[in-house]
Design a protein. Structure first.
Length: 234
């Protein structure tokens, strides 16, 4: 066999193997799980409420797929990035206390947990059963004397703008990505799971530096809507 053909064949096998391996590593996203109200109605249960540290506000530019593309996109949105650095997420940060008050009003035994939630602090949990958490939270059962854990985990706050390499494919929008869920600490199963991904456009022209009033208003609306959507489940 010609050496060039052999080398190409080896490369093809290698690339195919890499693609197969990457595909196997991709985990399907967790689908929503309706709230099991029996958990809240059972007076024997004690529900811990925990929240992640809010991420630093940022501007997401998905689709800028190469280093040069990223540099061009970041330069084009530099004034927006500077403005985003001046915003805050205080309105959303109180969602934990909102949940505690809502559950207490329903007569649920609630334990506020002010330790910052960080999924990486928990060991991985593997199960063939559907609707099972990917981290093992069982250690918190004895530590806080709770039967269930309610978590608000925020992954992104700020602005989002789609790109195709160098070219923007959308106007910037306010963006909030989070997930909130209730875990049974006996079996690590979800008694509720709410994926949350909210995007909101500016009303009117968005490109009004340096203060971007339209996008700023959209951002704070997204915070309020996200907070309301989570709490409203209870």
């Amino acid at each position: 066999m010609d050496s060039t053909v052999l080398k190409n064949a080896v490369k093809l096998v290698f690339v195919t193997s890499c693609i197969t391996l990457l595909a196997a590593c991709v985990t399907a996203p967790q689908l929503p799980v309706a709230l099991n109200n029996q958990v809240l109605e059972n007076q024997q249960n004690r529900v811990g409420v925990m929240m992640s540290k809010l991420p630093e506000l940022d501007v997401s530019l998905p689709g800028a797929a190469c280093l040069l593309c990223v540099a061009v996109a970041e330069a084009a949105n530099s004034s927006l990035s500077r403005h985003v650095d001046s915003l805050n997420a205080q309105e959303f940060s109180v969602v934990q206390s909102d949940l505690v008050k809502r559950l207490e009003a329903k007569g649920v035994n609630v334990v506020p947990i002010y330790q910052v939630f960080d999924a990486t602090n928990f060991r991985r949990y593997s199960s063939d059963l559907p609707n099972t958490a990917k981290q093992d939270f069982s250690a918190l059962k004895d530590e806080y004397n709770i039967s269930h854990l309610l978590i608000v985990d925020v992954q992104f706050l700020g602005m989002w703008r789609g790109y195709a390499n160098y070219i923007p494919t959308s106007d910037p929008v306010a963006y909030l990505k989070a997930s909130s869920y209730l875990v049974n600490l006996d079996n690590n199963s979800y008694e509720w799971f709410l994926p949350l991904e909210l995007k909101k456009s500016a009303e009117g022209d968005w490109d009004e530096p340096p203060n971007f009033p339209g996008l700023t208003n959209a951002y704070y609306q997204v915070l309020a809507e996200g907070r309301e959507e989570i709490v409203a489940e209870f």
